[in-house]
Design a protein around this ligand. Structure first.
Ligand code: PLP
Length: 448
C-alpha cells in the first residue's frame, strides 16, 4: 500500500536508473533531511548514506559553512555567465585553485554542470583540437567495457554498460570499448595480475593498429571504475596502457568524477593508480554535491588549438548556460578550502586501512566471490557459487535484494549488477565505519 507521497511520486515522476514498473508496486523511499553521514526518511528513520548519495557527498550533509557560502553568493551575484567575455571572481579563483591542485600541468579550466557534460565536452574539445592541428581524421575515442562516463549521447557512448546502450541506439560511431581491467572475471586461468595487464595493453595496441593510429584521438579511463563495479586495476595496468597511448599519440583523459578529492586518500586518483593524463574531468566531490558543478581541465596543447581556431574561425562555439555558475564556483571554493584546512584527504587515507580491513573481512562470507577497494571506496561481489565464481541468474536480482535488506538495516548503498558498492562520505568516523560494516554484514547474512 503506497503512501500519499509515494502515489503522487509514481503518478508524476520518471525516475532515472529505476525499474519503473517495479517502482509502481513498491513506491520510492522518500527522504526528507540529512546531517553528517545520515539521511532521514519522511518517517524520521535514519540511514547511513553508504554511497555518499551517488559517490558525491564527500563532506556529508548540513555543513553550515558550505550553506553559508552558497547563500552569500546567491545574495551577492546569483548568476552571471562566462559567455562572450563576461566573468566573475569565484570562477577565476576556482580555476586558479584547480590548476594549482592538478597532478599534471593544466593550462585552462572549462566549467560544466555535470560529469556527463564534462566528458561530452572532452570529446568535442579533442575533435576540435585535431581539426585545428590539421589532422581531421584523428577522431576515434577508445573507452572501456564497464566504464561509466555519463549518459549524454557522447558520454553515454563512452560508457561501457549495456543498460546505457540498449534501446538508446548507442554507442555512436567512432567510439570503441576495450576490455576492463576486471581481474576476477576477465583473467585467464593461471594468469598473473601483471600478465593480465600486459595482455590488456596488447589488446589496446591491437585495437589502435586495427583502426589505424592516425585515426585514434583519445583514450578515456576512470582511475578506479565506479559504476562498473568498483574495479581496481592491477598495479601495472595503467603504466602499460599509458605506454601504448604515448606510442601512438593518443590523448589520455582521466575521468576523475568519482576518484578526485580524497576518495583514494589523495587529491586525484590517476597518480595513485600510476598514470599522468593529458586532461582531467572532475565533478561530484568538487562541490560535495551542494551545487551541481563540473570541470574539464586541459593542457596547453589544447588551449593553443582553441586559440588558433578563434583566430581562424572566430568564437569558440561551445558552453553551457551554467558553465562557471557563480554559486557553484563559490560552493566549490569553500569545499576545497575545507578539504585543505581540515586535511580531509589525509584523514581519508588514515581511515582507509580500517575501512579496507572491514571490507576485506567479507571475503570469507559464503555469498561473496570477491571484495575489492581502495581508500574509502569498495565493493562486495556476490556469487551463486564461491568455488566456481558462478554468477547469480540475473532474474533472481540478488543486487536489488541486498539493497533492500541494507535499507532495512539502515544503510543506503547501490547494487551494481551482483556487487554492492560502498563509498561513504569522507567525514565518516572510525566508529561509524564499524557501524556501517556491522550493518552490511547483517545485510549479507540476510541475502544469503
Ligand atoms: N563519470 C563518472 C566516473 C561517474 O561516476 C559519473 C556519474 O556517476 C559521471 C561521469 C557522470 O556524471 P553525471 O551523472 O553528473 O552526469
Amino acid at each position: 500500500m503506497l503512501t500519499n507521497l509515494q502515489t503522487r511520486d509514481v503518478e508524476t515522476l520518471v525516475h532515472p536508473y529505476t525499474n519503473l514498473a517495479a517502482l509502481r508496486e513498491t513506491g520510492p523511499l522518500v527522504l526528507e533531511r540529512a546531517k553528517g553521514i545520515h539521511v532521514y526518511d519522511v518517517d524520521g528513520k535514519p540511514y547511513i548514506e553508504g554511497l555518499s548519495g551517488l559517490w558525491c557527498t564527500a563532506l556529508g550533509y548540513g555543513n553550515e559553512e558550505v550553506v553559508e557560502a552558497a547563500a552569500s553568493q546567491m545574495r551577492k551575484l546569483s548568476f552571471t555567465h562566462l559567455f562572450g567575455g563576461k566573468s566573475h571572481d569565484p570562477a577565476i579563483e576556482l580555476a586558479e585553485k584547480l590548476k594549482e591542485m592538478a597532478p599534471v600541468p593544466i593550462s585552462k579550466v572549462f566549467f560544466a554542470g555535470s560529469g556527463s557534460e564534462a566528458n561530452d565536452s572532452q570529446i568535442k574539445l579533442v575533435w576540435y583540437m585535431n581539426n585545428a592541428l590539421g589532422r581531421p581524421q584523428k577522431k576515434k575515442i577508445i573507452s572501456r567495457q564497464r566504464a561509466y562516463h555519463g549518459v549524454t549521447i557522447a558520454s553515454g557512448s563512452l560508457t561501457g554498460l549495456p543498460a546505457n546502450h540498449t534501446d538508446f541506439d548507442l554507442p555512436i560511431a567512432g567510439i570503441f570499448h576495450t576490455a576492463a581491467p576486471y581481474y576476477y572475471r576477465n583473467a585467464e586461468p593461471g594468469e598473473s595480475e601483471d600478465d593480465f595487464a600486459t595482455r590488456l595493453a596488447a589488446e589496446l595496441e591491437a585495437l589502435i593498429l586495427r583502426e589505424g593510429p592516425e585515426t585514434v584521438a583519445a583514450f578515456i579511463a576512470e582511475p578506479i571504475m565506479g559504476a562498473g563495479g568498483v574495479i581496481v586495476p592491477p598495479k601495472s595496468y595503467f603504466p602499460k596502457i599509458m605506454d601504448v597511448c604515448r606510442k601512438y599519440d593518443v590523448y589520455m583523459i582521466a575521468d576523475e568524477v568519482i576518484c578526485a578529492f580524497g576518495r583514494l586518500g589523495a587529491a586525484f586518483g590517476a597518480p595513485v593508480l600510476g598514470y599522468l593524463p593529458d586532461a582531467i574531468s572532475v565533478a561530484k566531490a568538487l562541490s560535495s554535491a551542494y551545487f551541481p558543478i563540473a570541470a574539464v581541465m586541459v593542457p596547453e596543447i589544447m588551449h593553443q588549438a582553441l586559440l588558433d581556431e578563434s583566430r581562424k574561425i572566430g568564437s569558440f562555439g561551445h558552453g553551457f548556460t551554467y558553465s562557471g555558475h557563480p554559486v557553484g564556483a563559490a560552493v566549490a571554493l569553500k569545499v576545497l578550502e575545507i578539504y585543505q584546512r581540515d586535511r580531509i584527504f589525509e584523514q581519508a587515507a588514515a581511515k582507509a586501512p580500517q575501512f579496507q580491513a572491514r571490507l576485506k573481512a567479507f571475503a570469507d562470507h559464503p555469498l561473496v566471490g570477491e571484495v575489492r577497494g581502495m581508500g574509502l571506496i569498495g565493493a562486495v561481489e556476490m556469487v551463486a557459487d564461491k568455488a566456481t565464481k558462478r554468477a547469480f541468474d540475473p532474474k533472481k536480482g540478488v543486487g536489488p535484494k541486498a539493497m533492500a535488506f541494507a535499507q532495512e538495516e539502515g544503510v543506503l548503498i547501490r547494487s551494481l549488477g551482483d556487487s554492492m558498492a560502498v563509498c561513504p562520505p569522507l567525514i565518516i568516523t572510525p566508529e561509524e565505519i564499524d557501524d556501517l560494516f556491522d550493518r552490511l554484514g547483517r545485510t549479507l547474512d540476510r541475502t544469503l
